[in-house]
Design a protein around this ligand. Structure first.
Ligand code: DGJ
Length: 380
């Protein structure tokens, strides 16, 4: 009898301990984020996907002294968004000097999406050819059967050659065709703005395809995916539909905020409204975030005030947007993700992750928090 009592007590205690939940770890923006080996996560300008119960974080590997790609795109995995395991190099730079992604090229802002139809993971990224500065302005694409890779590089290039935006009617196309570049050599004049709006650079780049730099990807509820990138010398964002396999562009695209000089697009949808947070163009230096909304991903887009609130809100807390993660299983839970760049010591760049709050009228707000835990979303 005594033995039975002892056994029952033990069983109860073991049960109690195994039920006790581990406390959630805080998210500390701007600090060092050690991975499973205690090394600061090296996945910059990145994005996160959730697949079969695991989060995968993809981002640029940065080196101590250069922002050029010496390694490639890294992948980290996590079950809880705070404990990250280094899964290694998802897309590796190549040694062959004739490869577009040779070591020393520039690979920025990689994003991965999962294609339900093909069961493949598709990565798009901004690519600059080795030794050519930022002049190539290409989009690269790679594919893998597994989330963590290895990803097979398919190709890189400019986007949608020879194709006008889907909403540019014949008259607007004729007006674009009539623009004479020689008249608009001086930037930022009222005439220049008007010419950019009408497609001065779109026309210039029509034969070889549109420039593609800072970028993100978005998969809509109907499974259609979009590639959103800074085009036209970073002056205008393009929102371009991807093919069903997500490996190419369909040719349908819209322009957003011509001459608005937007970089670092990050997008989410809530209650049928698309929200996009972007930055201005100041190189590696932080600037004030911008916010835009639209009833359809193709627009029309309306500009809103800076969504950031708190210390250094006027410079996005020292960071630059990269991605907005919808947290699965929680209602209206979105995490704003940004990079604090360290151009003199790129490997030391830091991350900002903050929950998105919503005003009563539904407008998103990103408020600085020194420390927060994921159950913040449950306490709203
Ligand atoms: C700002 C962009 O957002 C970054 O991704 C990077 O391209 C830097 N400019 C380079 O100056």
């Amino acid at each position: 009898m005594k033995k039975l009592l002892q056994f029952t007590l033990m069983a109860l205690l073991v049960g109690l301990f195994s039920c006790a939940k581990e406390p959630l770890k805080p998210i500390l923006s701007g600090e060092i984020w050690p991975d499973n080996e205690g090394v600061h996560v090296n996945a910059h300008g990145g994005g996160v996907i959730y697949h079969d119960g695991t989060y995968y974080w993809f981002g640029e590997h940065k080196s101590p002294n250069t922002s050029s790609a010496l390694v490639g795109v890294m992948c980290y995995s996590s079950k809880n968004l705070t404990d990250w395991t280094n899964m290694g190099v998802a897309l590796a730079v190549e040694e062959d000097e004739s490869s577009d992604i040779v070591r020393g090229s520039i690979i920025e802002r990689p994003k991965v999406i999962y294609n339900e139809k093909t069961k493949k993971f598709v990565m798009w990224f901004h690519l600059e050819l080795k030794g050519k500065g930022y002049s190539a302005a290409r989009a690269g694409v790679a594919v893998s059967d597994k989330p963590e890779g290895p990803y097979k590089f398919i190709r890189s290039g400019r986007v949608n050659p020879g194709i006008a935006p889907y909403d540019m009617d014949e008259q607007a196309q004729a007006e674009m065709a009539a623009l004479d570049a020689k008249k608009y050599e001086k930037w930022w004049t009222p005439e220049w703005y008007e010419a950019i709006d009408k497609g001065l650079l779109l026309k210039r780049d029509m034969p070889g395809g549109q420039m593609s730099r800072d970028m993100t990807l978005y998969v809509d509820d109907d499974g259609k995916a979009y590639h959103i990138f800074s085009s036209e010398e970073n002056l205008t964002l393009h929102i371009a539909e991807l093919s069903d396999d997500y490996l190419s562009h369909t040719g349908k695209y819209a322009r957003m905020a011509p001459a608005g000089h937007n970089e670092a697009p990050a997008i989410f949808k809530k209650d049928g409204t698309y929200w996009m947070i972007t930055s201005g163009c100041t190189g590696w230096d932080p600037n004030e975030a911008r916010m835009h909304s639209a009833p359809s991903i193709m627009g029309p887009w309306t500009k809103h005030p800076n969504p950031c609130v708190g210390p250094k809100a006027e410079i996005t807390f020292g960071g630059q947007s990269t991605y907005i993660l919808k947290v699965p299983g929680k209602k209206d839970a979105f995490i704003f993700m940004a990079d604090i760049w360290r151009p003199k010591h790129p490997i030391d760049a830091r991350y900002i992750w903050l929950p998105i709050q919503f005003k009563e009228d539904g407008t998103p707000v990103v408020e600085w928090m020194d420390s927060w835990t994921l159950d913040w979303f449950d306490q709203k």
